[in-house]
Design a protein around this ligand. Structure first.
Ligand code: ADP
Ligand code: MG
Length: 489
């Protein structure tokens, strides 16, 4: 429990300030080709009930067989969360009735999860971060899906998702605002993507959050929480927290108490609604699944996975700052997606890191944003951007022409150096050619020449005219120096 609440996070009520307390349970679909206990394929968009084995359909007598790849992915995720890996864990049956859960129970892990306590460093800004504790991570099966909107009187069941492996990642109640909750999910999703253990695609339901919210007076013990189920976008998580906190504050300030319950977030109305009062663990009658042995592996198995874990965002950010002299701001943007950082490093190799970051972030990402594309769909390769940077560096083109060149490469493709050659985009450093343009500009503007003698700041106007007349190709430094001499200022 924090002794001092951050004043920035306090919510003013009618009777004084409140603090919101948030803990998240994230369901992340394990990146794997097959289900947790069967060989059936997983994957989005397959025809209904085409990825269902007899195990997933819960045919009598079918036995689950653990998929080692899912175990490996859960351990790798645990390592990425700096968490305790439990060498022995147990699968339990969590009993409940859903029409799309043919077994009548979900195989999950209750008292002995595969991963224990860990932590995530969450970034609030490029230079500000805080820690969220991880309570546990366990493996469990997903249910199928009921479809109610395809027939006026019937509901359909699609079991494609049935048995798909999920990691449930439970945080400690360490977040204190909607922004902190959003930043946590963003960071967790980035880590999962770096690890390749979950694609983090919230639109496809591959990452969803149960959002636990309570409120309290600063410094007081935690209040009663409500759990908002299955929120499937980061923006909605923030909205649900804000709405739910205000709802609870309103009830308490009116003299009421909060009932622990399960709610859902209605994004179209922007409100949370009660689904059911919170069930207790004993309602599920958890017991160890008699079809499955406890899951056991050695420390050597874990060590082998740890040895080849990829570099994660925090380490990558620190390295980009140290190795390429980037600002924390640029580095934090580049590490948001591993693909962005990889792209940057391909451009920066053997070049000035800061110009590479500037070109990748401001020019490329800016342009990709306009097209609604991400870096993996970039029509411009790192080599092409690198080629443009090299041309500026060598003084072959000016910074202004470089932007035109980038646009050509972006829309038409091609080798930057060849384009510059073919289209005559080279910067003019030939003093004779520049002098000719300067003389023309001076001859055409005798009045301005007189003014400039009295007012040397007019130089800028002349530089502009000469650059324009040269089609942006004159070397600006040469133009400046020669103009000064000619105008005698
Ligand atoms: P359950 O299965 O009952 O939902 P879990 O232990 O799986 O319980 O998850 C509880 C979640 O609720 C955790 O993320 C935890 O951080 C969060 N939590 C616990 N107490 C509070 C509270 N008072 N306010 C907000 N969140 C809380
Ligand atoms: Mg829960």
């Amino acid at each position: 429990m924090t002794a001092h609440a951050n004043p920035k996070n306090l919510i003013p009520g009618a009777t004084g300030d409140w603090e919101v307390v948030i803990g998240l349970e994230i369901h992340a679909q394990v990146a794997s080709n097959a289900k947790l206990f069967s060989g059936a394929a997983v994957g989005f968009g397959a025809p209904e009930n085409s990825q269902v084995s007899l195990v997933d359909a819960a045919m009598p007598g079918m036995l689950p067989v653990i998929n080692e790849e899912c175990v490996r992915q859960a351990i790798r995720t645990g390592l990425g969360l700096k968490a305790k890996i439990n060498h022995r864990s147990v699968f339990d049956r969590k009993n409940y009735f859903y029409p799309d859960l043919p077994q009548g129970y979900q195989i999950s892990q209750y008292k002995s999860p595969i991963v224990g306590e860990g932590e995530v460093i969450v970034d609030l800004s490029p230079t500000e971060s805080f820690k969220v504790g991880i309570e546990r991570l366990h493996l469990e099966q997903d249910a199928g899906k009921s479809i109610h909107d395809q027939h006026p009187t019937l509901s359909y069941i699609d079991l494609n998702r049935s048995g798909t492996a999920l990691m449930e990642i439970v945080s400690k109640p360490d977040m204190r605002s909607a922004d902190e909750a959003k930043a946590y999910v963003t960071k967790l999703r980035t880590i999962l993507r770096y690890l390749g253990t979950c694609d983090g695609d919230m639109e496809k339901g591959n990452l969803r959050a149960d959002v636990n919210v309570s409120v309290r007076r600063p410094g007081e013990p935690f209040g009663t929480r409500c759990e908002i189920k299955n929120v499937n976008s980061i923006r909605f998580i923030g909205q649900a927290v804000d709405y739910e906190a205000r709802r609870q504050i309103g009830i308490i300030e009116d003299g009421g108490t909060i009932d622990q319950e399960t709610r859902l977030y209605d994004a179209t109305k922007g409100e949370t609604r009660s689904m059911r009062s919170k069930e207790e663990a004993h309602d599920y009658r958890y017991f160890p699944d008699p079809d499955l042995l406890p899951l056991e592996f050695s420390q050597a198995y874990v060590d082998d996975l740890a040895a080849v874990l990829p570099e994660l965002p925090d380490a990558k950010k620190a390295r980009l700052i140290a190795d390429y002299g980037l600002t924390p701001y640029d580095a934090s943007i580049l590490v948001l997606e591993k693909e962005s950082a990889d792209y940057f490093e391909a451009v920066a190799k053997g070049r000035d890191g800061k110009s590479a970051a500037n070109w990748v972030i401001n020019e490329l990402f800016g342009r990709l944003n306009k097209e609604g594309k991400d870096v993996t769909a970039s029509p411009v390769s790192p080599d092409q951007i690198g080629g443009i940077i090299d041309l500026i560096q060598a003084g072959t083109i000016s910074g202004k022409i470089a932007k035109d060149l980038f646009e050509i490469v972006f829309t038409e493709g091609g080798d930057p150096a060849a384009i510059v050659e073919a289209r005559g985009m080279k910067q003019v450093t030939d003093t004779g050619a520049i002098e000719k343009v300067i003389d023309e500009v001076i001859a055409a503007n005798p009045d301005k020449v007189e003014q400039a003698k009295a007012k040397p700041t007019m130089l800028g106007w002349f530089v502009g005219q000469v650059m324009k007349a040269s089609g942006g190709k004159a070397n600006p430094e040469a133009v400046n120096a020669m103009l000064k001499a000619k105008l005698g200022i």
